[in-house]
Design a protein around this ligand. Structure first.
Ligand code: GLA
Length: 473
């Protein structure tokens, strides 16, 4: 069962608010409502808002069972909904490059094609499917209009925000009461219908985000704690101008598989029943060892040269077919090179960095010492993601390099292979840092020509999680 440690509130539901008179009643909302009325000739009944996120530290560790430290950002996905008696789902998106979609509410398939980015509406269908499975009755039909300003395929969780918004919208439309933790878990599980084996970070922060605080999120069971950032800290997000859809390639799932295989081979070498070990954290708790001991174990048990599938089968004493079933996913069975040492080393060291980052925030350390330490941890994280996890991109590395001396530290955020970096600056240095990146990176990069630079590099602060707004009093 999921639990929230800091508040102790089991009944912590996504807030149900009135749109009238709220801060949300802005131009974007009016445009979304107008779009809805033009499409459906009716007014929406309610609106769901789900934010994107930036992960401050703890990258590629959630699906290994380790905690992460993200915060919700100011950009979001909004979904306007009206229940209808016809058992159909009608979807429209304000982004005109996203075509309208319609299907029976109870029977649809989520298309997953190798090497192809999924159509936008498949993410909505993931969230809907999760709720349909949880509903004791048939779902109502829905008219839905979507808008979003979370940069897409940029590591800021636009896809998970859409999946989570769909789940919350479908749950509310059907009067299914779920706590934040329950709906976050449901959204994380249902996003996997798109074919990627993500952890639960994005959906958790989407529901659990609070204004002014980053969150330390732990899994199994899901729980979260506020992390107050040191005074004067300002985080900046900078886009690398390279994008990646993690459902399009097998890179993401390959990393998940490599971590699983690393844990299973180490378990076998320690004489444990490796088939029961599902993650690197699972292995650590089975062994009741410290992170330091796990790091030593990686160095002792896993070699640096890539493992072939045959070698892994030999180590685990299984057939290729059996390995496919026990340890690999649909799009990773064809891979024949697995870097187990490097990936496991990154995960255990990154898990330790999250621990230290959180301790620094908790301790009453002198301001500048704390900031330097946090910056150092972020730099180490990026270096590890670049060298050990190999999920960076030359543009991300360049942004990190250019910021040295101007920011206290920076790192890629989200899945990587493109997307954004997050940098640690202060109230006094933020403007200079942003100016430097604009001049040295964006003004020289043709991919940024003609774009609003303020939308590519901007300061952010911890924001509130998902909310539901009723239209009528
Ligand atoms: C994606 C996944 C998350 C997490 C990050 C990497 O955003 O959805 O669960 O694994 O990548 O930290």
């Amino acid at each position: 069962m999921a639990q929230e440690t800091n508040s102790g509130l089991k009944n912590n539901y996504p807030p149900l608010l009135q749109l009238q008179g709220s801060k949300l009643h802005n131009v974007r909302v009016t445009e979304l409502m107008d779009h809805f009325v033009v499409k459906y000739k009716q007014e929406p009944e309610f609106l769901v808002r789900v934010p994107g996120r930036v992960n401050l530290i703890g990258e590629h560790v959630d699906y290994c069972g380790y905690s992460v430290l993200p915060m919700a950002i100011q950009y979001d996905i909004m979904v306007a909904v009206k229940r209808i008696s016809e058992p159909q789902l009608y979807l429209t998106n304000m982004d005109s490059s996203h075509s309208d979609f319609q299907c029976p509410i109870h029977s649809f398939s989520i298309e997953v094609k190798k090497g192809v980015s999924p159509h936008w509406y498949n993410y909505f269908l993931c969230g809907l499917k999760g709720v349909l499975e949880a509903l004791p009755q048939d779902s109502v039909g829905m008219f839905v209009a979507v808008t979003g300003n979370v940069p897409q395929q940029s590591g800021l969780s636009s896809s998970s925000a859409l999946v989570s918004a769909a789940a919350l919208a479908a749950a509310h439309a059907n009067n299914l009461k779920m706590t934040k933790l329950e709906i976050a878990s449901l959204s994380a599980t249902s996003e996997r219908y798109i074919g990627t084996e993500g952890g639960g970070m994005d959906q958790a922060i989407a529901f659990l985000g609070t204004r002014g605080c980053a969150k330390h999120i732990q899994f199994n069971p899901l729980r979260s704690e506020d992390v107050k950032l040191p005074d004067g800290v300002v985080f900046v997000i900078a886009h690398s101008l390279a994008v990646l859809n993690k459902a399009k390639t097998s890179d993401f799932n390959c990393r998940v598989a490599e971590c699983r295989l690393a844990s299973q081979i180490m378990a076998k070498k320690r004489g444990l029943s490796w088939e029961k070990v599902s993650s690197l954290a699972d292995l650590q708790s089975t062994m009741t060892a410290s992170l330091g001991e796990m790091i030593a174990l990686v160095k002792e048990f896993l070699h640096e040269q890539p493992y072939s599938k045959e070698e892994i089968c030999r180590e685990l004493e299984v057939s290729g077919m059996c390995l496919d079933q026990l340890s690999l996913s649909n799009n990773t069975t064809d891979i024949n090179q697995f870097k187990l040492h490097q990936r496991a080393l990154h995960v255990y060291q990154e898990a330790n960095r999250v621990k230290v980052f959180r301790e620094v925030c908790q301790k009453d350390m002198e301001g500048s010492v704390a900031l330097m330490k946090l910056g150092e941890l972020m730099c180490q994280s990026h270096h590890s993601l670049q060298k050990l996890y190999e999920c960076s991109h030359p543009n991300l590395d360049r942004l990190v390099e250019l910021g040295k001396g101007k920011a206290l530290g920076s790192r890629l955020t989200g899945a990587g292979w493109g997307g954004c970096i997050v940098a640690l600056t202060t109230k006094d240095t933020v403007d200079d840092y942003i100016k430097t990146l604009k001049e040295k990176f964006y003004k020289e990069n043709p991919a940024a020509f003609g774009k609003d630079l303020d939308s590519l590099v901007f300061a952010t602060e911890p924001n509130v999680g998902a909310e539901i707004y009723e239209m009528k009093m």
